[in-house]
Write a protein that binds this ligand. Structure first.
Ligand code: TRP
Length: 436
């Protein structure tokens, strides 16, 4: 990674980071876990975690990346050493690289399902089909490993080809065009769901807060998802931050990314739940939610075959702009040891591909990887990054590097990063372990 390459301006960084943040987490995972954990109260905890933990940690990640101008391992060890503390903080980056590969293992399988649905849309498979047939369609895919394997492999191959070519050029340009189209498509589905779904039931489900439905597992999943959806806790945003233009405000940039990410997740939920309630489906039906509700909308919509194809293609692309950020930190790290980009990219993606095969054959592997990464590794990584920036580095270095001045804005971020975010993460961990 060259130290003087930067994104072409603030917006390209915003789009690349948003491309990493907006992915299957928003459109596939958020609606289905909201369904599983009972709606409103879960959404509220998730929003609180974005605001009080996610945003401050994202500022810290970008700051470390920009100041270190290197991969997460080297950026953290370099800054740790410069602060007169241990260089071992680089280990946090190393755990992050591992977490990225573990996420990629199940992520690429789900992205494969999305690719499969592009093909299904083109061939008119669910066009004018009944709800029951559409539900059955998804179960058929899940029980067909070779079909999943084809699409999973294809997705891994595309991800690797992009990362192998270097991140700054290809990604910056493509997300520029694709993210707005994806958002337009989601708005179209929202409109459809408003006209044809049970919109008020959807609204009530997502925004009525019934705290009796909130158990400790729901709270840790909500926090884990806040990390997952913002791509935090594993150094992905730190690796991107290494290319962050010097003079740009980190705070404003992070706010833009977090708002875009959250709005897209909420719109995806509002496009799906009204259809769930109008079609006699259950909100808690799990990972298949998106692959069932949306085809139902497309099956009866004018031009549904066309829009379905476009939509699933865009979901696949959103997944792609996220998956590259799962592989990139490891590749950037190996580059420092002289390993050529194509070799490291294909080796690391190869490891993730093998793990993906295990996910296809064993549902428990899929669930375990999802649970361990999102709910344990990412919050733990986020905690360590918050402690590193808030307590290991000196206040003056941080104030200078983050560039938010020394006024109220900096002071409140500094407070949240030193106290609120770490204590919040620790309390949620303890709570989920049933220790409090
Ligand atoms: N944020 C992405 C999504 O919501 C997933 C993702 C990409 C990610 N890179 C990451 C999650 C790094 C955690 C860490 O789909």
């Amino acid at each position: 990674m060259s130290t003087n390459v930067t994104w072409k301006g603030r917006w390209t960084f915003i789009l690349a980071a948003t491309g990493s943040a907006v992915g299957l987490g928003n459109i596939w995972k958020f609606p289905y876990i909201t369904g599983e954990y009972g709606g409103g109260a879960f959404v509220l905890v998730y929003l609180a975690c974005i605001l009080l933990i996610g945003i401050p940690v994202m500022i810290a990640e970008i700051m470390v990346g920009r100041a270190g101008r290197s991969d997460p391992v080297h950026s953290m060890s370099k800054m740790g050493k410069a602060a007169g503390r241990s260089a071992n903080w680089g280990a946090v980056g190393a755990i992050g690289i591992l977490a990225g590969l573990m996420i990629m293992m199940f992520y690429s399988v789900v992205a494969g399902w999305a690719l499969d649905y592009v093909a299904q849309s083109i061939s008119g498979n669910y066009h004018q089909a009944t709800t029951a047939t559409i539900e059955q369609n998804f179960s058929l895919l899940l029980s067909d490993p070779s079909e999943q394997l084809i699409w999973h492999s294809m997705f891994c191959l595309i991800t690797a080809s992009i990362v192998a070519g270097g991140v700054t050029n290809g990604i910056g340009k493509s997300v520029d065009i694709l993210m707005p189209i994806l958002f337009g498509c989601l708005l179209l589905l929202l409109g459809y769901s408003w006209l044809n779904g049970d919109f008020s039931a959807g609204l009530h489900f997502m925004f009525d807060t019934d705290f009796s439905k909130l158990n400790s597992e729901a709270i840790i999943v909500a926090m884990g998802h806040a990390f997952f959806t913002l791509s935090l806790g594993m150094g992905a945003i730190m690796a991107y931050g290494a290319y962050f233009p010097g003079k740009t405000s980190i705070g404003k940039t992070v706010l833009t990314i977090a708002i875009l990410d959250t709005v897209i997740a909420l719109v995806a939920g509002m496009a799906m739940f009204p259809l769930v309630f109008a079609n006699g489906l259950t909100p808690s039906q799990g990972p298949g939610l998106m692959f069932v509700t949306l085809p139902i909308a497309f099956s009866t919509m004018n031009g549904g075959q066309f829009f379905g194809t476009i939509f699933f293609a865009l979901v696949s692309i959103a997944a792609l702009s996220s998956s590259i950020s799962l592989i990139e930190p490891g590749v950037a790290w190996l580059e420092k040891y002289g390993v050529k980009r194509p070799l490291s990219t294909f080796s690391l993606t190869g490891v993730a591909w093998l793990g993906g095969i295990a996910c296809i054959y064993y549902g428990e592997v899929f669930d375990a990887l999802d649970y361990i990464t999102a709910n344990i590794m990412l919050p733990l990584g986020g905690l360590l990054i918050a402690v590193f920036v808030g307590r290991i580095l000196s206040r003056s270095t941080v104030a200078q590097e983050v560039g938010m001045g020394t006024g109220a804005l900096f002071k409140s971020w500094w407070f949240v990063l030193r106290y609120l975010a770490p204590i919040g993460i620790i309390l949620i961990f303890l709570n989920s372990l049933k220790l409090i």
